[in-house]
Ligand binder design. Structure first.
Ligand code: TMP
Length: 237
């Protein structure tokens, strides 16, 4: 597989064309941003961890019935994926109050919900990824009604899988963000990443934060937290 020209650079990953028009290569960086790019930094080794963690989860989710863009891990930081056009929705599932939910509704962090919540943001950096509901997404033609239903179904299935997996590692899955893409034929597949950048992960015993909130909130020990969750994952896989 030949890596050809870069077609996109995001905050945490670069995407390259390959000699197969249906396949892209994703290359994970150590760059970290928060607050829509306002805060910038580096988390050394993050790209390797996020690549390897994402791929292991994607492979397991495929087996659990959630189609994904994952094809093959090529190196520590590079992965071959199916070409998709990203549905411009950030899909957020929450099991426990934290982050923008706690802020928006004026509640403390750590309230365990009876049932997980789902919310969408419009993936648009210029607008600061505003929250929107299903009817807004439909009005803006960001996805069809069938696509939204499929995305919701897959997102809850991912939550069931990840919650159980992390629980077996002594980690509480608080919330996470997913992105979906469309293959050439319109099939919806899980894309992007599943990593400590995109999930809140708390130690089950101490509630210590083991994710990007350590960077967002200047808590220190960022690299150690990423390494710790990776270690726990590898012990359970
Ligand atoms: P929030 O509480 O800030 O809305 O974040 C919810 C979850 O989504 C959390 O696990 C972090 C993740 N997330 C991203 O992956 N990318 C983002 O740009 C934001 C704002 C959150």
């Amino acid at each position: 597989m030949q890596k050809l020209e870069q077609i996109y650079e995001g905050k945490a990953k670069k995407v390259f064309k390959t000699d197969d028009p249906n396949l892209f290569i994703v290359d994970y960086k150590d760059d970290a941003t928060a607050f829509n790019g306002l805060k910038k930094g580096t988390i050394t080794g993050k790209g390797v961890i996020n690549n390897q963690m994402t791929n292991r989860f994607m492979a397991k989710l495929e087996k659990a019935g959630v189609p994904t863009h994952f094809v093959e891990e090529l190196s520590e930081r590079e992965t071959l994926v199916k070409k998709v056009s990203i549905v411009p929705l950030e899909v957020i599932i929450r099991n426990i109050s934290a982050g923008s939910f706690a802020k928006r509704y004026g509640v403390e962090e750590g309230i365990v919900f009876d049932k997980p919540t789902i919310e969408f943001s419009y993936k648009n950096d210029d607008l600061g990824d505003p929250l929107l509901n299903t009817s807004h997404a439909l009005a803006l033609k960001l996805a069809s009604p069938e696509e939204i239903e499929t995305i919701k179904k897959y997102a809850f299935a991912v939550n069931d899988f990840l919650k159980a997996f992390w629980s077996g590692c002594g980690v509480t899955l608080v919330d996470f963000k997913l992105e979906f893409g469309r293959l050439e034929d319109g099939t919806i597949v899980l894309a992007d990443e599943i990593s400590p950048d995109t999930c809140r992960l708390w130690d089950s015993k101490t509630n210590e934060k083991l994710d990007k909130d350590r960077f967002r909130r200047d808590l220190g020990g960022v690299e150690d937290a990423y390494e710790e969750v990776m270690r726990r994952m590898m012990g359970a896989i």
